[in-house]
Ligand binder design. Structure first.
Ligand code: AMP
Length: 258
């Protein structure tokens, strides 16, 4: 899978610094929220960060795609919106998250990729998800950024494995064998919502909503750190880990104090 390939390319220094920082196994680690436009690499970085910190990655898009593939009720409800590049309803997303964070692997925190996509979802994170019982776990928000031209270029080269969902890029992260997944040799395909037309719609949606979401979150967390993604994967990961470390050391602003 993409995750394994990338974790092999991360320098041991990055990994050991994370291990050193997050010392005992019982300590809460962090709830990390990755914001950023579609295609900027949130999924890839989320996976690397989750592996480094030892907390699960919760990717709303990935959960939805799995449900669509398995033709579950959730998948059937979400499929139409996803194929057209529109957002799935907040109710579906919130229900899905409520269920997911109750799993035992989330007790020390998690990395969230793809949420929040609306102010309602941001409010949900603040009020329900990070409510009383999760207060001890630091809540870190980071924004990844990339210009639209680079995003469109990147997205048209994106390919995913039909079987395991691993992601490749024909230019920046090609598979070892053309058209085949490195892990299971299944066919690589373009995501149906990665056509230029649908992608533009997703990007517009992001640009239209992200400033409101950022304003909402920065009222509670101070200025949201931003990381440029037009760089090698391992540089971004290294900076992300630094930012997470810095945010955890800094006292978090509590919503009720504001
Ligand atoms: P992603 O893989 O994050 O780009 O998500 C793929 C698609 O899943 C999006 O274009 C939306 O249709 C849907 N989706 C994923 N996460 C959310 C969310 N938090 N809110 C609404 N729709 C979502």
């Amino acid at each position: 899978m993409e995750q394994t390939r990338h974790s092999q390319s991360i320098s041991p220094t990055i990994l050991s610094s994370a291990e050193h920082f997050f010392h005992t196994p019982a300590d809460p680690i962090a709830c990390v929220v990755l914001l950023g436009p579609p295609g900027c690499g949130k999924g890839t970085q989320g996976r690397l960060i989750s592996e480094s910190l030892g907390i699960p990655l919760i990717s709303s898009g990935e959960i939805l795609r799995t449900n669509v593939r398995q033709r579950t009720m959730l998948g059937l409800q979400a499929q139409k919106s996803m194929e057209s590049g529109a957002l799935v309803s907040d109710e579906i997303i919130l229900q899905m998250l409520r269920w997911r964070v109750l799993e035992s692997d989330c007790t020390r925190g998690f990395v969230l990729d793809g949420v929040p996509r609306s102010t309602r979802q941001a409010e949900f994170l603040e009020t329900e998800l990070f409510g009383s019982d999760r207060r001890q776990i630091p809540f870190v928000v980071v924004k990844l950024e990339m210009d639209d031209q680079s995003l469109i270029k990147r997205i048209t080269g994106r390919r995913v494995c039909l079987l395991c969902g691993a992601t490749y890029n024909l230019e920046t992260n090609p598979p070892l064998m053309r058209g085949k997944c490195d892990s299971d040799l299944s066919d690589l395909v373009q995501r149906s919502d990665d056509s230029v037309e649908v992608f533009r719609k997703r990007l517009n949606e992001y640009r239209a909503t992200s400033s409101r979401i950022l304003s909402y979150l920065s009222l509670r967390h101070g200025e949201i750190p931003e990381i440029a993604c037009n760089r090698p994967i391992e540089h971004i990961t290294s900076e992300l880990l630094e930012v997470i470390r810095g945010s955890i050391e800094k006292p978090v602003l509590e919503a009720e104090v504001l």
